[in-house]
Design a protein around this ligand. Structure first.
Ligand code: GLV
Ligand code: GLV
Length: 322
């Protein structure tokens, strides 16, 4: 079996595939491949390990008749045309669970950074601007006893919520389903979107990107937030209207934002980059040595299951087996 891996991933996963005797073609350049390069690389391949930066559309999926398994090296899989894969009965897998805590930790890191102006304070101090303790210097926002609004309480949103325990927060959440764990552990309250927007001091987004979540947060929502509100996004950029957010931050409709993802990655609205009340990260919420290694293992295991005729453990289009 031959597999294309569109970028170097940790060796923990590579070793599993090699042990199986698979022939691997790994992009050796540290950059994102173009669509045509992926199509070229896919020739005669049985499997594809793709990244969230690869647009695996219908044309790519249909380009190689031998293709029988796609393992995405990410929990999100909005970069893959699942319908096109399903039509060809190609299973697609993702890497859930192993990155849940890691991603939730990044959401908290951003929440703390924005609340206490950590990046701004660090820059200020390094530049020699710190001339002594000041009663009004670098004032931020308290976290304990405030209202935390979680949008989307799947694996990551739930883990994020549970980590608030030490901060005695009033937890609200928005989701289609009741989250018994959050209700039991935190006394969390399931509310309508508008209520969460109006009442929360912190709003953290944990939704998958799809047609119904595109621009879930736009001008209206931002205008209805508290002006001390802090918005965190570690999910997918297009869930927030980035132009509206830039205006909201510039005109101080809200206190700040912490972002790991952007609407048109890797491009970021240049106006956003000039603002002090936003902390920006390079889509690195799952980026720890341990988690990236575990993601490689999960992707490899799913690939092996798919290529040996088993239903991949983390198959996202299981309906192909019906
Ligand atoms: C990262 O964004 C992922 O989906 O794994
Ligand atoms: C992501 O995988 C989630 O369920 O939050």
């Amino acid at each position: 079996m031959k597999i294309l891996i569109t970028r170097k991933i940790p060796k923990s996963g590579i070793e599993l595939l090699l042990k199986k005797g698979y022939e691997l073609e790994i992009n050796q350049q540290d950059r994102i491949l173009s669509k045509n390069e992926i199509i070229d690389g896919l020739k005669e391949k049985d499997g594809l390990i793709s990244l969230l930066t690869d647009n695996i559309n219908k044309e790519v999926i249909n380009s190689e008749p031998k293709l029988k398994m796609i393992a995405n090296y990410a929990v999100g899989y909005n970069n893959i045309d699942i319908n096109a894969a399903t039509q060809k009965k190609i299973p697609v897998s993702n890497t859930p669970d192993v990155l849940t805590d890691t991603t939730a930790e990044m959401a908290w890191a951003l929440l703390f950074s924005v609340s206490r102006r950590i990046v701004e304070g660090d820059n200020f101090t390094r530049k020699g601007k710190y001339k002594g303790w000041g009663p009004m210097l670098m004032l931020g926002q308290d976290i304990s006893n405030k209202t935390l609004g979680i949008v989307g309480t799947g694996r990551i949103g739930s883990a994020f919520g549970l980590k608030s325990k030490g901060f005695k927060m009033n937890v609200l959440y928005f989701d289609e389903k009741i989250n018994e764990t959050l209700e039991k552990e935190l006394n969390a309250k399931k509310v309508e979107k508008s209520e969460l927007i109006k009442q929360s001091d912190f709003i953290s987004i944990h939704l998958p990107l799809n047609k119904s979540t595109f621009h879930f947060i736009g001008t209206n929502e931002l205008k209805n937030m508290k002006n001390n509100a802090i918005l965190i996004n570690t999910s997918r950029g297009p869930i927030i209207d980035e132009i509206a957010l830039t205006k909201a931050l510039k005109d101080k409709w809200i206190f700040g934002a912490g972002l790991d993802v952007y609407e048109n990655e890797p491009n970021i609205n240049p106006k956003l980059l000039n603002l002090n009340n936003v902390v920006i990260q390079p889509h690195s919420a799952s980026a720890t040595f341990q988690t990236r290694s575990n993601m490689a293992i999960i992707a490899a295991k799913n690939m092996i299951e798919g290529l040996t005729g088993k239903i991949p453990t983390n198959c996202v289009n299981k309906n192909i087996y019906k």
